[in-house]
Design a protein. Structure first.
Length: 252
């Protein structure tokens, strides 16, 4: 396991003269779950769009296993804020899409995803359409489509933001269990500090625009975790400290 599978070094990015990313340096190790929290509009999604190479940085470098990202074979699976399921495709075909885009036939892709429906809490809904599922189920289907691509890293852009609080907590518990089983390398963008503490090994806190990393936290909670662990003194202390950093960055 390398300790820096993905690394951003001194990345800056402006849009039409608006400096969004000031000087961002961060890394994600193989098998690590890392979150980025920061004020709205600070450029968190921009970080992910740089990693997917939908955007190019103005300066700085992006590395994959120590080599320039843009010249090194890799595959990152991106899950956007909205579930982005195709309304006209059945859930099984939405899930299979992650494989179809890699050139696998629909029949073979279906056969690969079908056994996973049980573990994703979607058994019995294979032939339903997205509009027939709850918000939480749709996000699990979108996550299934994302993880099935056997990628190097999952990029999750505020994936649970649209869910109600209870559904969100349920899906966080489920994702935590799944992550403990699979140890995906993941980079999560979230506004929810508790979510970041619950799911992450490490958390980067960004400043307001132009964003830089103000602090980095290591979450000391053992795995597997349960929601009850969020009540522990260690979890509470880190949550408070992150909120304090977000609310009063000048004092940290
Ligand atoms: N393609 C673009 N062209 C111009 N401005 C952009 C573009 N993409 C992002 N921006 C601007 O960059 C800033 C940061 O956007 P970004 O979506 O990365 O922030 P964010 O931290 O993810 O925000 P939020 O937490 O609200 O989702 C915003 O002011 C946005 O308007």
């Amino acid at each position: 396991m390398t300790d820096r599978m993905v690394e951003l070094r001194n990345i800056s990015k402006s849009f039409d003269g608006l400096k969004v990313l000031g000087d961002i340096s961060l890394s994600v190790a193989s098998g690590e779950f890392v979150s980025i929290v920061g004020p709205s509009g600070s450029g968190k999604s921009t970080v992910l769009r740089l990693l997917t190479q939908a955007l190019r940085p103005d300066s700085g470098s992006m590395l994959f296993n120590g080599a320039p990202l843009e010249q090194t074979p890799h595959s990152f699976a991106f899950m956007p804020q909205r579930d982005a399921l195709m309304p006209w495709r059945r859930i099984i075909d939405n899930a299979a899409l992650g494989l179809e885009v890699k050139g696998i036939s629909r029949r073979a892709a279906r056969a690969t995803v079908a056994p996973l429906f049980e573990r994703f809490g979607l058994a019995g809904f294979e032939r339903h359409y997205p509009s027939e599922l709850s918000g939480g189920m749709r996000q699990r289907a979108a996550l299934l489509r994302t993880v099935i691509q056997s990628q190097d890293m999952l990029l999750l852009d505020e994936p649970f933001g649209a869910l109600d609080a209870l559904t969100r907590t349920q899906i966080q518990e489920w994702l935590q269990g799944m992550w403990t089983e699979h140890r995906w390398t993941a980079l999560l963008i979230t506004h929810d500090v508790r979510e970041a503490v619950f799911l992450s090994d490490r958390i980067y806190v960004l400043s307001a625009r132009p964003a830089r990393v103000i602090r980095e936290f290591r979450v000391p909670l053992p795995r597997p975790r349960s929601i009850a662990d969020l009540g522990s003194p260690a979890a509470q202390a880190i949550e408070t400290e992150i909120l304090q950093t977000l609310l009063h960055p000048q004092e940290t």
